[in-house]
Design a protein around this ligand. Structure first.
Ligand code: SAH
Length: 236
């Protein structure tokens, strides 16, 4: 069995077909090719891409079981993480990629076209603006981000986009618990409740990864997100 398929199955109980495995290979080689001229990621060695980008992204599916057709919003997707691996593994999902940097979103668009990922859409905007867009606000069943901002600020990006009863999910490293602790006020103001901080050990990596899972329990007041820059400069 190819390495990604095997790891996805043993670690996450996710079955990938040979077509999906091939799609991940195409994604990895496009990432490497584009990275030669566009600054997309520091990680391009094939084994690293498989574990740190693909498998790491797929952990979301183990933490948050999603019904067919669920809407995922990936905020600050960069070169497509975690959104594009989710779209490859679960073609039934609707995946919206939000990214402020045009050339990164252009790469995501290129990969989605190449792999004919039909359920993916692209929003070239800052998260603070996307959160006020009609049709996008409070529409996500799962709103996720990796490596975008500290949790108190990040929640102001994510929670306006989540529907009530939906989830906001932050992919974090060792600081997960401390960031969650610092987020009590943001959670209260934005309408979220901490559900769990879940640990994942990925093969070959010393440091565990964490998923901070927040449930949206009440509407986010209309004033949030504040204007661009405010969430990071003056976290709640
Ligand atoms: N999620 C990807 C990229 C992380 S780098 C990964 O884990 O590999 C952070 C990305 O978030 C960058 O591409 C940056 O342009 C984007 N970003 C940061 N703040 C943002 C904001 N307020 N709105 C939209 N995108 C943002």
């Amino acid at each position: 069995m190819p390495p990604l398929t095997e790891a996805a199955q043993s670690l996450l109980n996710i079955m990938l077909s040979s077509e999906q495995e091939a799609a991940f290979d195409v994604y990895a080689s496009e990432l490497e090719a584009w990275n030669a001229h566009t600054n997309l990621t520091a990680i391009t060695a094939p084994d690293d891409v498989r574990v740190r980008h693909f498998l790491d992204s797929l952990t979301l599916l183990a933490a948050a079981p999603l019904p067919p057709g669920a809407h995922i919003i990936d905020v600050g997707t960069g070169a497509g993480f975690p959104g594009l691996p989710l779209a490859i593994a679960r073609p039934d999902l609707r995946v919206t990629l939000v990214e402020a940097t045009g050339k990164k979103l252009a790469f995501c668009q290129h990969v989605a076209e190449l792999l004919q990922l039909k359920g993916v859409s692209f929003v070239h905007a800052r998260a603070e603006e996307a959160g006020h867009m009609p049709g996008l606000r409070e529409s996500g069943d799962l709103v996720a981000a990796r490596a975008v901002a500290r949790l108190p600020a990040l929640l102001e990006y994510l929670l306006p986009l989540a529907r009530i009863g939906g989830l906001a999910l932050a992919m974090k490293g060792q600081t997960a618990a401390a960031e969650a602790k610092d987020s009590a006020r943001a959670l209260k103001l934005l309408g979220g409740k901490l559900r769990e901080v879940r640990e994942f050990a990925l093969p070959g990596l010393e440091e565990p990864h964490y998923l901070v899972v927040v449930e949206k329990t009440a509407p986010t007041p209309a004033g949030f997100a504040r204007r661009p820059g405010q969430p990071v400069q003056k976290p709640l």
